[in-house]
Write a protein that binds this ligand. Structure first.
Ligand code: HH2
Length: 413
């Protein structure tokens, strides 16, 4: 049995048989199926799509109702190798019944498999370099009531010392928050939030050698923070407020668009989803659309599923399990699992500080699934785990010897 992952490992294994390099190149392309899900393929298009896939050696699953015309459209899962898609796409583009649009959608999904994340996230003042391992966003809560570190960093000097400690441990950026967004937290007015943040931020941007992010859902706080030198807005309300979108667009800040229904005060009454993965995906796509329409460049945006925000433990776990799917949105993905209650639920640990190991495991899982930014309180252990992950990845991605195999492991569209 062979336990291989990326195409480079497949190629080197095939090369080790002393097979002909051209043959290795061809076989590498056959070793992996790229599953693609389309949400609503029209009734007339679905059977043609299946036929065309079968003709190239792939397959497609759609609703039984397509056969007896009892549905108008169907979610469809396509199964094919890279080479099979290359033969399929030109054929679809010559067909009627919206199959050209289907081809475009498939191509966009395939891009998510092979596309590299941008080299950096350009903040309002400083860039945050991205990849090859996830960047670590260290958390400092300047609040009396945050769920895991509330009260520890209310004093500006303590907050700053914590930020410096996180950077010494390897944080690539620091996220300052001055309003707890845990379920049931008392909302804080923008004035009080800024009163907590201002003395910290002014010193932080002058002293810290990394980009500074501000965790706020209030446009006026974001505006003042960016003016004071912050680089990134981390908005748990996903840029829902047009005023927040205006601030981000005008200042050139980067923004983390997080998913949450309602507000921190109401979110736990909104945990009913038919299909949490798809609903979070669609909501994030809509938020990104709104942001782009309001003049925020895609290169400024990051998406985050908002684990624990109006989600049951099972739903948070499901979102984490499928976190890689969010890469289909074509943007870097961020995730924050550290110390959260769903980790406690999964590992039977009640105290947030007893969930550090589980948070590190979640970060490694996220890395494995292409996440670009991990938000955590526990920077030192997360960075060490991710460094090991990076070394393991590098060992899996040693390029094969022949040019043919090297070309095959980096499929292009
Ligand atoms: N989680 C929290 C706060 N902000 N931002 C993003 N992008 N993603 C998250 O998962 C996320 C977030 C909750 O953690 P914390 O800040 O420690 O708690 P509190 O809201 O109680 O201050």
């Amino acid at each position: 049995m062979l336990d291989w992952g990326p195409p480079s490992e497949v190629a080197r294994e095939l090369e080790s048989t002393d097979s002909d390099p051209e043959g290795v190149g061809i076989m590498v392309r056959k070793a992996r199926i790229y599953p693609v899900r389309l949400e609503a393929v029209p009734l007339k298009a679905a059977p043609i799509l299946k036929q065309e896939l079968l003709a190239v050696g792939g397959d497609a699953a759609h609703a039984r109702g397509i056969a007896d015309h009892s549905v108008a459209s169907s979610p469809t899962v396509l199964l094919a190798t890279w080479g099979q898609y290359q033969r399929l796409l030109p054929k679809l583009r010559r067909q009627p019944f919206a199959l050209k649009e289907v081809a475009d959608e498939v191509e966009c999904a395939l891009r998510a498999f092979v596309g590299r994340p941008p080299a950096e996230l350009v903040g309002a003042h400083r860039p945050l370099p991205l990849g090859p391992r996830p960047r670590v966003l260290g958390v400092v809560n300047v609040t009396p009531d945050s769920f895991s570190d509330g009260g520890r960093f209310v004093e500006p000097a303590a907050a700053l010392a914590e930020a410096e400690r996180l950077i010494a441990e390897g944080a690539d950026a620091v996220d300052f928050g001055a309003e707890s967004t845990r379920p049931g937290a008392t909302p804080v007015s923008p004035e009080s939030e800024w009163a907590r943040l201002e003395p910290v931020l002014a010193r932080a941007v002058a002293r810290l050698p990394v980009p500074v992010s501000v965790d706020t859902r209030h446009a006026e706080v974001a505006d003042k923070a960016l003016d004071a030198g912050a680089d990134i807005v981390n908005d748990v309300e996903g840029l829902r407020d047009p005023g927040m979108r205006r601030v981000v667009a005008r200042t050139g800040a980067a923004a983390i668009v997080m998913h949450m229904r309602g507000t921190p005060a109401t979110m736990q009454q909104e945990t009913s989803y038919d299909d949490v993965r798809r609903e979070v995906y669609r909501a994030l796509a809509a938020s990104v659309d709104r942001a782009e329409r309001d003049g925020i460049a895609p290169s400024k945006l990051v998406v985050d599923p908002g684990l624990g925000f109006g989600k049951s433990p099972e739903q948070s776990l499901e979102l984490l399990a499928h976190i890689g799917e969010l890469r289909s949105l074509g943007l870097p993905v961020a995730v924050g699992a550290s110390r959260k209650s769903f980790l406690g639920w999964a590992t039977d640990e009640r105290a947030p500080l007893a969930r550090v190991d589980a948070g590190v495991a979640a970060a490694v899982y996220a890395a494995e699934h292409g996440v670009a930014i991990v938000r955590t309180h526990d920077v030192g252990s997360t960075v060490k785990a991710l460094r090991l992950w990076e070394r393991i990845e590098a060992a899996r991605r040693v390029p094969p010897a022949s040019r043919e195999a090297r070309d095959a492991v980096e499929p292009v569209l």
